[in-house]
Design a protein around this ligand. Sequence first.
Ligand code: PXL
Length: 300
Amino acid sequence: GEGIKASKKGSSMNRQKRVLAIHDISCIGKCSLTVAIPIISAAELECAVIPTAVLSTHTGEFTGYTFRDLTDDIEPICKHWRSFGIGFDAIYTGYLGSAKQISLVRSIIDTFGGEGKTVFVDPVMADAGRLYANFDMAFVSEMRSLCAEADVITPNLTEAAFLLGGEYRESGYGEEYIKETLGALCELGPKAAMLSGVSYEDGKIGAAYLERGGDYGYFADERIPGFYHGTGDVFASALVAAYVRGMSMSDAAAAAVRFTTKSIRLTAAAGSAPRFGVRFEEALCDFMRDIGVFVESRNG
Ligand code: PXL
């Protein structure tokens, strides 16, 4: 007869999805891995990591920070992983410390990416019209080639201008300009482009996206005055979390915009210094509800 079948539990049934996040660890400042891990975990996804560097703080509005480059650890980490076989449902890259790291990330995408896996590239390198410390045009051009291998890229307006070799426009543009920019970003090779920091009217700001040959969408929420550090990472991490959990690009974008705005609003209300990052922790509960996680204790 059939006998007793082994339980499927723990194999394919209700398998937990696993995201590989490749960013630096900035020990203080709430950006990169210190926001990616909690936000992706809040969506009940596993967040595996490759830390690209360890810094005492991020590089914006701090001086004298330490920077330990972990480039030489990346290949041994991947080699070990290949020895026992591990797969990812999505790969999400952010702050990369050097052009060399970009080429290592490309081979990680070749090894661990592929059919049914979503590759998100956040081309972290600039904001407010300027490149961050330690980056140059050679890095920009490597980043452009990494974008070609992504399914979804998530630049802000400054990063888009660097990727496209165009001029950065802080304001005074309309929907036509954003649609053209999104179209040009898709021409770089990704299946979709999501632009953050887009504003068509006073007092509102959000994100616009275009899927290659497909849907365009725009979501805005309240603009809170000031420049808050790490909000690009909060936004991209929330987008990855919501999308990999199973939402459409459009619903994931809307949830990520709401979550980022709420995090900034809480920070502004508390009067915390913007360089220490936003109080996203206090917005996580609403975000979880927004993306359909039941925030209740579970039996088990
Ligand atoms: O938030 C982006 C970011 C990530 N990591 C490091 C940074 C920055 C922005 O300045 O310096 C180290």
